[in-house]
Design a protein around this ligand. Structure first.
Ligand SMILES: Nc1ncnc2c1ncn2[C@@H]1O[C@H](COP(=O)(O)OP(=O)(O)OP(=O)(O)O)[C@@H](O)[C@H]1O
Ligand SMILES: [Mg+2]
Length: 237
């Protein structure tokens, strides 16, 4: 089996505070993998460690087989790893257009950026309509569409999403998940961290439960949805 991303026995944290105590996950190409777990269990820390905002103290992170744990975030973007942090990665005072242009910076050539924006506008007509508006004035759902579009500018192989449904209305969440699904069907792989665990597990091919900085459970999305322990402890039945 080809592995797109393999995180193996990773220890990571902030200064002297260790948050991840030996976490391992793996993702195959074209999978949607979800991580759920209680507040403070280290979900965001794991994503930050994968993208290189934090360097792991121990363990290995491999992308298509090569070690990337020492590389900085810019290098990882160029390798095809896109990251949307918790709270979304858009610049509210810039226009929709400017946000997309910034997302395309790693493409270098302005004509490639222009072409990518044209494709984005075809896929998301709403962004075309709003292109001159400040990103901060968009609705919550539109902001999340913009964040996804911005991350898609480089045609990433792997998209890391931290709590994409946070603060969104249920209908908007469903729409966003449909978009994730269609981007996935075109070839992108997703690693999604969610509090809104039920919907995320329905979408995910496989999922992990992280608790206190340790792997707790691992199964198909469906399997975890029907797991009594998961229902009781993590899905707030
Ligand atoms: N910048 C930081 N400096 C020090 N400690 C931090 C920092 N960011 C997070 N932590 C701590 O690391 C632990 C894990 O935080 P993390 O944000 O990874 O959890 P999470 O699973 O994403 O939680 P949530 O569901 O609330 O988003 C928490 O105890 C948190 O207080
Ligand atoms: Mg978090």
């Amino acid at each position: 089996m080809v592995t797109l991303l393999e995180v193996k026995d990773v220890y990571s944290g902030y200064g002297k505070i260790e948050v991840l105590h030996g976490v391992s996950i793996h993702i195959a190409p074209r999978e949607i993998v979800c991580i759920i777990g209680p507040n403070g269990s280290g979900k965001s820390t794991l994503l930050k460690t994968i993208v290189g905002l934090i360097k792991p103290k121990k363990g290995s992170i491999r992308f298509f087989g090569s070690e990337i744990s020492g590389k900085d975030p810019e290098e990882k973007v160029r390798m095809g790893i896109s990251y949307i942090p918790q709270g979304r990665n858009i610049f509210p005072t810039l226009t929709v257009m400017e946000n997309l242009e910034m997302g395309g910076t790693p493409l270098g050539d302005p004509s490639r950026i222009e072409m990518a924006i044209r494709e984005i506008f075809e896929r998301y007509p709403i962004l075309n309509k709003r292109k001159k508006m400040k990103a901060g004035s968009l609705s919550g759902g539109e902001k999340q569409v913009l964040a996804l579009a911005r991350a898609s500018m480089i045609k990433p192989k792997l998209i890391l999403l931290d709590e994409p449904s946070l603060g969104l209305a249920p209908k908007v969440i469903d729409e966003m998940y449909r978009q994730i699904n269609s981007i996935n069907q075109e070839g992108a792989t997703f690693l999604i961290v969610e509090q809104n665990a039920r919907k995320a597990l329905r979408l995910a091919h496989r999922a992990y439960v992280l608790d206190l900085g340790l792997n707790r459970l691992e199964d198909t999305g469906e399997g975890l949805l029907n797991n009594e322990e998961v229902k009781h402890l993590y899905l707030g039945r």
